[in-house]
Design a protein around this ligand. Structure first.
Ligand code: FMN
Length: 214
């Protein structure tokens, strides 16, 4: 297959630091504000530029914009999200989620998926380094969406719905599913996000030795 070299898109002017430090999980998207083909082309081109093993480029993206399809998909996402929590914790409704749990936010996404203007399903061609060669592109996708003022969130599905999702969009059986990313203008705000301090997650020269910053 022919390879292409692309110039950086003129629309991606946000400093990389601002994009990285304000990108966050955006679960409430504006169903009335469309995302353009041009924006999606930029985002997918940015994803294509990511590192991947041997430049084999196994990642494949399925973009869904049809309203009825997203409604149908949203119902399957809802089913998948709750199937995952049922398997992991025995939860079957929001009342079962402990107070203060992050899962309240994730449960919100299960309700909100139907409002996404775009859903991107990320797959890879079957190959040994599939996930490791796919997620760098996913990160480029999330950051470039942020730089265009678009919100997104990385999420997964559950085996219970996978066959139906693949059938719905004609995805060949051998494709390996990785994640699902709704994209649209946010109904909330971007960043800041909270993370562990890197002084707690980084070792310097030998394991357990702290880095020179606090
Ligand atoms: C592998 C993976 C799975 C995730 N699954 C979900 C999910 O099912 N539902 C959801 O709302 N967010 C999901 N997220 C988003 C995370 O909850 C989010 O990145 C994390 O809480 C940090 O949020 P923040 O960037 O807004 O601070 C997932 C993220 C990753 C990387």
């Amino acid at each position: 297959m022919e390879m292409v070299r692309l110039d950086p898109p003129a629309e991606l002017t946000m400093p990389i630091g601002k994009a990285m430090f304000s990108q966050r999980a955006t679960r409430r998207l504006d169903s009335n504000r469309p995302v353009t083909d041009g924006q999606l082309e930029i985002i997918l081109n940015a994803a294509s530029k990511a590192p991947n093993g041997g430049n084999v480029q196994p990642a494949r993206y399925l973009v869904i914009r049809n309203r009825d399809a997203i409604n149908e998909f949203g119902k399957l996402y809802f089913e998948a999200w709750w199937a995952k929590r049922r398997d992991a914790y025995g939860w079957t409704s929001k009342a079962d989620i402990p107070e203060g749990s992050q899962y309240h936010l994730a449960a919100l996404l299960a309700d909100e998926m139907i409002n996404a203007p775009v859903v991107v399903l990320v797959y890879s061609e079957p190959s040994g380094v599939a996930a490791a060669s796919t997620f760098p592109g996913v990160q480029n996708l999330l950051l470039s969406a942020r730089a265009l003022g678009l919100g997104s969130v990385l999420t997964t599905l559950h085996a219970e719905v996978m066959e139906r999702v693949n059938r719905m969009f004609g995805v060949p059986e051998e494709m390996v599913f990785h994640c699902c990313i709704p994209i649209g203008y946010p109904r909330g705000k971007f960043g800041p996000t909270s993370r562990l301090p890197t002084s707690a997650t980084t070792s310097w020269e030998s394991w357990g030795n702290p880095p020179p910053w606090k």
